[in-house]
Design a protein. Structure first.
Length: 197
């Protein structure tokens, strides 16, 4: 259930869907979103999370460390603290990372970033679209895709793009509960199924 935006005096509150709040990542993302919104730091936190997401995509070591249940709280906290300066993370994001490291929730970091981006898009009145491609999109491709999605949904679209080489080619787009799967992997699987029977 989406409850939209309500205003009380100068205080603006954005209510969130039960779907996001029902998940572990959604609860953490909601907490970070509300702190960032209340401190007028949504843009800074969003930029820091984008940098962090890129670092996770670029570093297999970081990805393994974040996803490993064998890493102790102390080790996770130390690694997170070591990321703050090189990635130029804002203080609120840095503190938040420390909290999820201490709570042993770094494995949910990618989902937390995704849910934060969804909440931020809603706050700006945008539709959030998750796009998975086999290869990174250049700025021209991203602009064309964003424009196409905007024409489909009839509103501004915030695109959260990730790369998954396993789809082989094409792309997968998720808009709310709708999914458009134009990946080569899915087409090959459908062809293989059709040939069997």
């Amino acid at each position: 259930m989406v409850r939209g935006t309500t205003k009380s005096g100068d205080d603006e509150r954005v209510e969130h869907s039960g779907g996001i709040q029902a998940s572990l990542s959604g609860r953490y993302a909601t907490a970070l979103f509300e702190l960032a919104r209340d401190e007028n730091k949504l843009d800074k936190v969003g930029a820091s999370l984008a940098t962090l997401k890129q670092a996770l995509a670029d570093s297999d070591d970081l990805k393994r460390l974040v996803g490993s249940p064998l890493v102790s709280r102390a080790e996770a906290s130390k690694v997170v603290a070591g990321l703050v300066k090189p990635l130029k993370l804002d203080p609120l994001t840095a503190k938040f990372l420390g909290v999820i490291a201490e709570n042993r929730r770094l494995g949910a970091l990618g989902l937390i970033i995704r849910d934060f981006n969804t909440l931020s898009a809603r706050h700006r009145g945008e539709t959030s679209a998750q796009v998975i491609t086999a290869h990174p999109l250049d700025s021209g491709q991203m602009a064309a895709l964003t424009a196409r999605l905007k024409s489909i949904v009839g509103s501004e679209v915030a695109v959260d793009a990730t790369v998954d080489p396993n789809i082989l080619g094409g792309l997968i787009v998720r808009l709310g509960s709708r999914q458009i799967d134009g990946s080569i992997r899915t087409k090959l699987n459908a062809l293989a199924t059709a040939m069997k029977g």
